[in-house]
Design a protein around this ligand. Structure first.
Ligand SMILES: Cc1cc2nc3c(=O)[nH]c(=O)nc-3n(C[C@H](O)[C@H](O)[C@H](O)COP(=O)(O)OP(=O)(O)OC[C@H]3O[C@@H](n4cnc5c(N)ncnc54)[C@H](O)[C@@H]3O)c2cc1C
Length: 404
């Protein structure tokens, strides 16, 4: 590829991405599109995603479209007609709802979709050359040696690279090797995730709507995914002494039902249709002050884990990927400088999203009383589609171009 001097992106394999989740695959896809080959090192023996849904807002959709991923998702992604349909916990009374069908595209040029994570990973992965992904490669350490970095893997092998991108998620090994480990603190909240086959789901949950039932200490979100063949449930509840932050940890349907006992009986009917729920403790981490050190940087949850209350975690990892590829493509002779530029373009926005996502828990979980009544009144007059314009109008590639 380019040049051969120290500190320059040299040969095809010199950009290493640790982690083949949504962020790591998106980074490989955007780098490939920019003419920069990379290698993804993924710890699992197969690329796979957990059975759960994601909301894809316009800021992610416009980038995915440039990778061809939205075409590949045509039959699987569900365009939402209604979003932020807030309902009262006890009786399902609609507190507010946003008509997305026409207005989202008119305001932001793209609709909001819901997808299964596996469909999204597959659609992004199809934009990555197959020989760019190495499976069964668990990175155990990263050592910076001047302009380059060496990765060691659990299978005893190692690799040298001019750029290392840590896209290895919330428990990032790459982050741990570079920066003082951020202490994770107890948030008191955990998430239940489950899928309900559409033929077992009540009609209200099969609509093309993202619905949020809010009540004391809890809230529950549902929307259709997988070409409307399934309904995704994600619910938030007090964590008790539960602290496991993992995609593979599970709960039982009975535990999920118990959290919503006394709520509108239609929710019990919906939850009863679920397969084995996943359970994820939300741990709190303060935003990092920096992500990059010489030839090493971070992306996605490794850099900025956030509470899922703005449904922006995966979207931000896709934005990171697009911006990082731009920065590296425009500064191939000084990759460390390109990484610094990437970090400076991204860190303010992701920090703000970490903060607003964090604050949302309190508002959604108010007990009944004057504060809840004031919240419900303000929801009725709110226009979240317009209020979140700073999130949805953003184009991570245009932003980068505008500042060059
Ligand atoms: C309950 C819940 C609901 C959510 N809902 C939404 C939503 O609606 N919309 C949205 O945009 N976001 C949502 N998110 C956030 C989103 O899931 C994450 O932000 C996103 O998955 C981050 O992607 P990532 O690629 O950075 O990390 P991950 O998806 O965690 O991927 C990391 C990858 O790195 C691999 N890996 C880890 N360690 C190593 C190692 N040492 N060596 C090699 N490989 C390694 C892992 O196997 C994995 O494949 C939600 C999150 C939760 C918990």
């Amino acid at each position: 590829m380019v040049g051969s001097s120290a500190g320059t992106l040299r040969v095809a394999s010199r950009i290493a991405i640790v982690g083949g989740g949504i962020g790591g695959l998106a980074a490989a896809a955007f780098l490939h599109r920019a003419g920069l080959p990379s290698v993804v090192y993924e710890q699992t023996p197969q690329l796979r995603e957990v059975g759960a849904g994601l909301v894809l807002a316009p800021n992610a959709v416009r980038l995915l479209r440039r990778l061809g991923a939205m075409d590949r998702l045509r039959d699987r992604a569900v365009p939402l007609d209604v979003g932020w349909e807030f309902r009262r916990w006890a009786d399902g009374r609609v507190l507010s709802a946003e008509n997305l069908a026409g207005s989202c595209e008119r305001l932001y040029g793209e609709r909001t979709y819901t997808v299964h994570r596996a469909d999204l990973a597959h659609a992004i992965g199809a934009a990555v050359p197959p020989d760019a992904v190495q499976l069964g490669k668990r990175c155990t350490s990263v050592t910076v040696r001047g302009d380059t970095a060496e990765l060691a893997f659990a299978d005893g092998t190692s690799a040298e690279a001019d750029v290392v991108i840590g896209a290895d998620g919330v428990h990032s090994t790459v982050r741990g090797a570079m920066i003082e480990p951020a202490t994770a603190t107890y948030s008191g909240i955990c998430a239940f995730r489950a899928l309900v086959p559409a033929d077992r789901a009540p009609g209200f949950a099969r609509r093309r709507a993202q619905t949020l039932w809010i009540g004391p200490g809890h809230h529950l979100v549902h929307y259709p995914i997988s070409g409307e063949t399934a309904v995704n449930l994600v619910a938030f509840a007090p964590a008790g002494d539960y602290t496991v932050e993992s995609w593979s940890a599970t709960a039982t349907v009975e535990e999920f039902l118990a959290e919503f006992a006394g709520w509108d009986p239609r929710l019990q009917e919906l939850i009863k249709g679920a397969g084995t729920p996943g359970r994820w403790a939300l741990l709190d981490r303060a935003p990092l002050g920096r992500w990059s050190h010489g030839p090493v940087t971070l992306l996605g949850d490794a850099a900025h884990p956030m509470f899922p209350f703005f449904a922006q975690g995966a979207a931000q990892s896709i934005e990171d990927a697009a911006a990082l590829a731009r920065c590296l493509a425009q500064d191939t002779h000084a990759p460390a400088r390109a990484l610094q530029r990437y970090e400076s373009l991204r860190i303010g926005r992701t920090t703000r999203l970490q903060e607003v996502s964090h604050a949302r828990a309190h508002v959604n979980h108010l007990p009944d009383g004057p504060e809840q009544e004031a919240r419900d009144a303000s929801l009725a007059g709110a226009d979240p589609l317009v209020a979140s314009g700073w999130i949805y109008a953003y184009d991570a590639e245009a932003e980068e171009t505008a500042r060059v």
